[in-house]
Design a protein around this ligand. Structure first.
Ligand SMILES: Nc1ncnc2c1ncn2[C@@H]1O[C@H](COP(=O)(O)OP(=O)(O)OP(=O)(O)O)[C@@H](O)[C@H]1O
Length: 450
């Protein structure tokens, strides 16, 4: 496609000159006029195709997502006996929507193909009409029949070639309409990703006043051991007008472990969404003096994150480059650390099941591990990465209080400052400050230890 687009201007110029030489202005003008009409008609037929193709891609994505959702939740669906039928009906509905849009796309493409083919065939006649005008106009009346015949065939070649150049451009429009549909969809995704990345990186860790919890949230300067500074921050969920939290001011500093408690839906996880810039705050400010990631703040979400791959990749999820492969040599220091932390998290038994750190497994980790094992494996990753701050969103909800205590102690021994979200009162003894979200925008901040 690219080569045709690049060569077209040269061939068009050359054959336009040749056509003008044989037929005068009539030839090029009629062929150019014909091309303009063809382009306008094609554009009219192409417009609806781009938007329908865009819609079709979206529905296809939704349909595949639905399949994936059923695969992932197959066990829960099987336990809840009526869910099978419900999912069947809903998946069918998505398929019908997709088929409906695909049918509409095929219909629209049918008219585009008719337009393109008509343009091709009518172009063939045009070459003879163009040469007929000067001949019947008497321009070539002095030529013998043999010379006239040679002129007609030479002109026919030039005109047909010129029309062919235009025809090729018009044919390209069919391909271009497909490319435009896909590009539109990918472009939208990229724009969204860029804006998210920009929002996440668009802060200056060194800037801003700090607000001190101990001095009743008054400004102070130069806090280097602080992760977040919140100043009269208010936020709500995107589909609600009611504030979850109003005018929250606090500082999260190194060594001060914070526990966030509150009833279901009071906005505990939403606070993290706002801090991670996944949601916009309604008013107020916050500064992050360190960033999300292994070297700053690491987040253990409510739903454990596991990737597909070996046991090593669960503990150290990173793209496998040559350097990484080299560092994976058996008996390396890294191996010892991983084994030590698997042991500390209480999941060293997984080594036996997988057959080694780098043995490929053909199962889905989410299917074969119990919720508690998943949470412990995530802790092994946390121990391995050893961030300065660990944000734990109900990260021990599937574990006993005793196991919870062991894991919290291990985190502290490794020098992490903890920000935990949870309901259990047993969590209090591992923290210094409690932020209670009371609902309706209300909150309370209490110090637990002197
Ligand atoms: N992705 C979302 N889009 C829109 N609203 C959401 C979304 N996620 C959560 N909410 C709503 O925001 C409110 C706060 O949710 P959030 O997850 O912060 O609750 P929570 O306090 O962490 O609850 P829990 O203790 O159950 O984890 C809830 O009313 C919830 O329904």
């Amino acid at each position: 496609m690219a080569s045709r687009l690049i060569l077209s201007p040269f061939t068009l110029t050359y054959y336009t000159y040749q056509c003008f030489h044989s037929t005068g202005w009539v030839g090029p003008v009629s062929i150019f006029g014909y091309f303009v009409i063809g382009t306008v008609v094609n554009k009219m037929l192409m417009g609806p195709i781009v938007s329908t193709l865009f819609e079709q891609e979206k529905l296809e994505g939704d349909f595949r997502f639905k399949h994936m959702q059923i695969r992932v939740n197959a066990e829960s669906v099987a336990f809840y006996s009526r869910a099978g039928k419900v999912e069947h009906v809903r998946t069918d509905r998505r398929l019908q929507d997709l088929l409906h849009t695909q049918r509409s796309l095929v219909n629209k493409e049918f008219w585009l193909y008719i337009g393109v083919n008509t343009f091709d065939y009518v172009g063939g006649f045009l070459s003879y009409v163009v040469i007929a005008i000067p001949i019947f106009g008497g321009v070539y009346s002095g030529l013998s029949p043999a010379e006239l015949s040679a002129l007609v065939s030479r002109n026919a070649f030039v005109c047909i070639y010129l029309i062919n150049c235009f025809t090729q451009l018009i044919d390209l429009s069919t391909t271009l309409s497909d490319v435009a549909g896909y590009t539109h969809r990918i472009g939208e995704l990229m724009e969204e990703m860029h804006s998210i990345i920009k929002k996440q990186c668009d802060y200056d860790p060194a800037s801003g006043d700090s607000y001190d919890f101990d001095s009743d949230v008054q400004p102070s300067h130069g806090a280097t051991d602080t992760a977040f500074i919140l100043d009269r921050l208010s936020y709500k969920s995107p589909f609600s007008e009611e504030l979850l939290v109003k005018d929250l001011s606090l500082k999260i500093s190194q060594g001060t472990n914070l526990l966030v408690v509150g009833n279901t839906g009071t906005g505990k996880t939403s606070l993290l969404r706002v801090l991670n810039r996944l949601w916009e705050s309604s008013s107020g400010f916050f500064h992050m003096t360190t960033c999300f990631g292994p070297r700053g703040i690491l987040f253990l979400p409510q739903k454990p994150y596991l990737t597909d791959g070996t046991l090593r990749e669960q503990v150290t999820p990173r793209p496998v480059t040559t350097t990484v492969l080299m560092s994976m040599s058996a008996g390396s220091v890294d191996d010892e650390r991983i084994l030590q932390f698997l042991n500390l998290a209480g999941v060293s038994s997984l080594l036996k099941r997988t057959g080694g750190l780098d043995e490929k497994v053909d199962w889905n980790w989410y299917d074969v591990l119990s919720p508690g094992e998943m949470q412990r494996l995530c802790f092994a990753r946390l121990f391995y990465l050893q961030p300065k701050y660990a944000v734990l969103d109900e990260a021990t909800s599937a574990l006993t209080e005793e196991a919870e205590g062991q894991l919290y102690r291990a985190c502290k021994q490794l020098g992490m400052t903890l920000v935990s979200l949870g309901h259990r009162s047993s969590l209090e003894k591992h923290h210094d400050v409690v932020l209670k979200l009371c609902g309706g925008g209300q909150w309370e901040l209490t110090r637990l230890k002197p």
